[in-house]
Ligand binder design. Structure first.
Ligand code: GDP
Length: 328
């Protein structure tokens, strides 16, 4: 039975990946941080097959212990302070966890992988936020980085150190440059889920408006379930490499709003949306659109869920859960 160790197990991608790897016959270990973490209880109920191991990306010793215990064939580093807006207020913490956390994990792999003579394969969750103020459209693996937030800067460090450890120590380490990927498990702080959830609540009469920031930004949004498949595929190749994972389509926040309101059968969104400076960022990423030809060719990966289906999935999911809450 192959063994996988996942950091960020309580997040959207951690959950999708745990499910996917379990389906492939893996024994799945998830790292959980903090004392009495409330998400651990929820996770244990929903994913009884995941064995939780305490550890923290800020603490190298805990990573070494966790790897010694799990003895994984594959490590997926999805753990991060992952919300761009928060990274502006907690820049140092973001750099430590999202950036230096990658270095600590690579060092832990070097120590444990070396001792056990077990060539652990490593996946680093890199991000299209590294492209930031884009130098080239669409963005490929060769597009220069110009991050626009502490989060983006930390991800650039994580990407570079992953490539460096591969080149320096021969670790099988891959960096997946994933464009935004969403779904019903997305946190409510991200714009897609914020909108799908608010639309459901407006439809049911329990919310009157949505307060938002910049509606002109454009993102290449895919479905998280498709994207975790790409992570796994990267670790099954003969040699490690870096890959852009994206749909190749871009849509504005406004387009997302229009479709989401339509899906719920609500009238024009303008009457429900108010903009507030609170939700604007000190520096914005205006346009992201990825060219994933390399992944499509070398890995045979293609996304299955397109933009309209993604919006439908998210709005219908939120309508169902919000309706269920009202019935309680
Ligand atoms: P990001 O691409 O990782 O920053 O993902 P988000 O979902 O947080 O944001 C996507 C885009 O939506 C960014 O350009 C934000 O500025 C924009 N946006 C506009 N209004 C909001 C809002 O109310 N919340 C969030 N999270 N983003 C917003």
């Amino acid at each position: 039975m192959p063994r996988a160790f996942i950091t960020g197990i309580t997040g959207q991608d951690g959950q999708h990946l745990a499910e996917f790897l379990h389906g492939k016959g893996y024994q799945v270990f998830g790292m959980i941080k903090g004392q009495n973490n409330p998400r651990a209880i929820q996770l244990a109920e929903e994913f009884p097959y995941v064995e939780l191991i305490p550890g923290d990306l800020a603490d190298l010793t805990s990573l070494v212990s966790a790897l010694e215990y799990a003895q994984p064939d594959e490590v997926y580093n999805l753990g991060a302070i992952s919300f761009v807006a928060i990274s502006f207020n907690q820049a140092e913490l973001t750099s430590n966890i999202t950036g230096l956390g990658v270095l600590r994990m690579l060092e832990a792999i070097r120590m444990v992988g070396g001792v056990q003579n077990n060539p652990i394969r490593f996946y680093q969750a890199s991000s299209s936020e590294m492209f930031g103020q884009v130098r080239q459209t669409p963005q490929t693996e060769l597009t220069p980085f110009h991050p626009r937030s502490p989060y983006g800067c930390a991800k650039v460090f994580g990407h570079n150190i992953t490539v460096n450890y591969r080149e320096s120590y021969g670790i099988y380490a891959c960096s997946g440059i994933l464009f935004n990927h969403e779904g019903p498990r997305r946190g409510l702080e991200f714009v897609t889920r914020k909108v799908s959830n608010a639309v459901a609540r407006i439809k049911l009469g329990v919310q009157q408006e949505i307060v938002m920031g910049n509606l002109d930004a454009k993102r290449d949004w895919g479905y998280a379930g498709d994207y975790v498949r790409a992570m796994w595929m990267m670790l099954q190749q003969d040699s490690p490499d870096d890959y852009v994972i994206s749909t190749g389509e871009t849509h504005s926040i406004e387009e997302f709003l229009t479709r989401a309101f339509d899906e719920a059968g609500l009238p024009d969104w303008h009457q429900f949306v108010r903009q507030d400076p609170r939700f604007f960022r000190p520096a914005e990423v205006d346009l992201l659109i990825g060219d994933s030809s390399k992944a499509r060719k070398n890995l045979g990966w293609t996304p299955e869920v397109d933009f309209p289906s993604l919006v439908t999935m998210m709005v219908q999911h939120d309508l169902a859960i919000e309706t269920a809450k009202l019935r309680k």
